[in-house]
Design a protein around this ligand. Structure first.
Ligand SMILES: O=C(COP(=O)(O)O)[C@@H](O)[C@H](O)[C@H](O)[C@H](O)COP(=O)(O)O
Ligand SMILES: [Mn+2]
Ligand SMILES: [Mn+2]
Length: 345
């Protein structure tokens, strides 16, 4: 799977990022999101594969494209027999967020990206559109920190694992009312809090790379983004744990169903009976082969944003693989309208 698809998925996230970047700073998050979805879908449907969206833009009725259950890839299209034999191809599950951080794009803020994760069929947890309590940390702390421990305890463990004083630790937390106590606890323990308005996928994967000055992600974000982050952390050997949050009183913002009881019933109907289970990265992205790709839309801690120039654009992407244990940063110059030469910018 990796050799044939690894390079193509870079183009998928590049196309989505370039489309969305044209709406950077225009205050229109819906269009920035919509064009990314369209571009991602168009490029994905040119890949020689049988893919199925397991995490996407929502249910079919709400999302005309890249909805959960949508089939993507040449071999799922009409008249596929003329170009491929669908029976010969491995079935692939795909989790996408074509514009992760739509507000960040609309308001020209850092940390947005086009992102996806793939694995063989059944290899990614089909998370409901709920919230998730998350804990991400560097590989040295993998299996040592624990989402069931307090932030104070985890900071002590992180400090030992990383050989850094607690004062030298930076924890990313989403700026939400639900995190007020968590933020106070982290600061009281002596560590620093980096508040973000959106974009916790970027924060989670940044923990796995030395030099980002991000040592943990703590708090509650969206569950689909949790699975995508887990896929990357599984490949990178970083720590990631997630626990579904179904109680609206804990979340405090956003839409999360009518009541705790109705949400629990919905989870049960989806086959999730242990509602409070803590999932590891390996459980959220359990496939034998897992691939993750991201392309910066606005600049972030790991990747540059899209830089448009007359006649083209330059993109910065990341692709990581559980099979080859590689993390490739790809710097690409795209020339539009078939010019005679590529101009380095
Ligand atoms: O910031 C985010 C928004 O993602 P998108 O809708 O694709 O632009 C995500 O990184 C967060 O994980 C999550 O969606 C957010 O925490 C939702 O929480 P809230 O804003 O409190 O409802
Ligand atoms: Mn998102
Ligand atoms: Mn999104």
């Amino acid at each position: 799977m990796e050799s044939t698809i690894g390079l193509e998925i870079i183009e998928v996230v590049e196309q989505a990022a370039m489309a969305s970047s044209k709406w950077m700073g225009k205050g229109d998050k819906n269009t920035a999101d919509h064009v990314a979805v369209e571009a991602m879908r168009e490029r994905m449907n040119k890949i020689h594969m049988r893919g199925r969206i397991v995490i996407g833009e929502g249910e079919r009725d709400d999302a005309p494209m890249l909805y959960i259950g949508e089939e993507v890839g040449i071999c799922t299209q009409e008249n596929a027999e003329s170009v491929c034999n669908p029976d010969e191809l491995v079935e692939i599950d795909i989790a996408v967020d074509p514009c992760e951080g739509t507000n960040l794009v609309a308001y020209g803020q850092p940390g947005s990206m086009a992102v996806l994760a793939i694995s063989e069929k059944g290899g990614l947890f089909a998370a409901p559109d709920f919230y998730m309590k998350k804990l991400a940390a560097p590989p040295q702390a993998q299996g040592h920190v624990d989402i069931n421990k307090s932030a104070t305890e985890n900071l002590k463990i992180l400090s030992e694992c990383l050989g850094r004083a607690i004062e030298e630790l930076v924890v990313v937390v989403m700026k939400r009312d639900r995190h007020n106590e968590l933020i106070k606890e982290i600061r009281d323990a002596g560590a620093r809090v980096r508040l973000i308005s959106d974009g916790d996928v970027s924060a989670a994967i940044s923990c796995a790379f030395a030099g980002t000055n991000i040592h943990a992600l703590m708090g509650i974000g969206a569950a689909p983004e949790g699975v995508i982050s887990a896929a990357a952390m599984r490949c990178l050997g970083g720590h990631f744990q997630g626990q579904l949050i179904y109680d609206p009183a804990i979340v405090k913002t956003g839409l999360i169903g009518e009541s705790k009881e109705s949400n629990m019933a919905r989870l049960t109907s989806m086959g999730i009976t242990d509602h409070d289970k803590v999932y590891s990265a390996k459980e959220l992205a359990s496939g034998e082969t897992v691939l993750f790709a991201a392309c910066g839309i606005t600049p972030g801690t790991l990747m540059e944003g899209v830089r448009l120039f007359p006649g083209g654009a330059r993109t910065h992407s990341l692709v990581v693989s559980s099979q080859s244990m590689t993390a490739r940063f790809v710097d690409t110059i795209h020339m539009f309208d078939h010019p005679k030469y590529i101009q380095l910018r």
